[in-house]
Design a protein around this ligand. Structure first.
Ligand code: ATP
Ligand code: FE2
Length: 335
């Protein structure tokens, strides 16, 4: 059976993954760029990706016993993302496609988060709460487009968590450590109360914002509040804001499935909040396995598989990357 290869390189992660033509997923081989200090420098991340691309590809095909002639198409993240990082993935995709004489498929990274979630969970027409480092969007399908019906007006929620963590000496990625510290606080203080530590709540209509809560949380620690308590309150406030907008999106669109995607969807608390909200309104809450919440090549392959089924290929002249590609840029012709 044929395999669609997927290459992910929008930011920190460089990853090869695959999906068989029947929809069976093949776990990704991934490498994460972790800056020694500070935030991500796009050039340094791109250098990391290009140095590792050859060995990672070999690892992926040998670990999964995929002969190169079994590959039917090469899908890659065409945008959105950091230009230098995207360029590495696109170059690798172009040269592989040329070498094996198979089609190239440029895919929209955000839409890939939706399609891997639909494949894994079986939900049909969800509202997606897409919560990652770089993006925070609430998305729903309307006809042949995935429309963004709410989004952050400043930074992504994961980026906010990472930035807060960095100010506390916690290295990237900060989200998992913040989750751990919050759980410790709850264990210690079974009667933790939000009134004790209120942070700004950034909901504006259907949109969100996280830079205010970031500044306020840093200030709370500087004022002497316990770090674990601030982490807990940070999660409670920022996740509630996302869930509020997601609930309104369900109400406005009349849909009854909520799908989580993006790295922050690994968090058990945001999953629990989604489930609680959905239960109250008789809807279903879904999320893919953690390996498919974070950036990965398999999700790129899955969107490539759906596009290939509909004969959508990307000509070499059209394969330039687009760092600011929008979610509703892609025409959705598949079911
Ligand atoms: P995108 O290009 O879609 O914006 P990304 O480059 O941010 O994606 P992802 O792998 O989707 O990459 O998400 C990484 C983010 O997820 C980081 O900000 C990280 O802190 C956050 N994250 C990962 N695990 C958890 C967790 N358990 N709780 C909270 N945040 C988490
Ligand atoms: Fe992503």
């Amino acid at each position: 059976m044929g395999v669609i290869l997927g290459i992910e390189s929008t930011a920190h992660t460089f990853s090869f993954g695959g999906v068989y033509t029947n929809g069976k997923t093949i776990s990704s081989s991934s490498a994460l760029f972790r800056p020694e200090q500070g935030g991500i420098h796009p050039r340094e991340a791109a250098d990391h990706h290009s140095v590792l691309s050859g060995s990672l590809f070999k690892e992926f095909i040998s670990k999964n016993k995929i002969p190169v002639n079994q590959i039917d198409a090469i899908a890659f993240s065409q945008g959105p993302g950091l230009g230098p990082c995207l360029r590495v993935g696109a170059s690798v995709a172009r040269s592989l496609a040329d070498k094996i004489g198979k089609p190239l498929i440029g895919v929209n990274h955000c839409v890939a988060h939706i399609e891997i979630g639909r494949l894994q969970t079986g939900c049909l027409d969800p509202v997606l709460l897409y919560v990652s480092g770089g993006n925070t969007q609430v998305i729903a399908r309307n006809g042949n487009r995935y429309r963004v019906i709410g989004e952050t007006l400043d930074i992504g929620i994961g980026n906010m968590l990472d930035k807060f963590a960095r100010t506390q000496g916690i290295p990237f990625p900060g989200g998992p450590k913040i989750e751990k510290l919050s759980a410790e606080w709850l264990k210690e203080k079974s009667s933790a109360r939000l009134d004790d530590i209120i942070l700004p709540y950034g909901v504006q209509g259907m949109d969100l914002s996280f830079s205010g809560i970031l500044t306020a949380a840093i200030q709370k620690v500087a004022d002497g509040h316990n770090l674990q308590e601030v982490c807990w309150s940070l999660q409670e406030h920022s996740f509630s804001a996302c869930i509020e907008v997601a609930e309104r999106a369900l109400a406005h669109t009349g849909k009854n499935e909520l799908l989580l995607g993006g790295g922050v969807a690994c968090n058990e608390r945001i999953r629990e909040m989604s489930q609680l909200m959905c239960k109250e309104r008789g809807a279903g809450a879904f999320w893919p396995e953690k390996q498919y919440c974070v950036d990965n090549g398999t999700m790129i392959a899955e969107l490539g598989r759906k596009m290939l089924k509909h004969n959508i290929h990307t000509k070499l002249v059209d394969s330039a990357i687009d760092p600011s590609m929008r979610t509703d840029h892609a025409e959705v012709v598949w079911d």
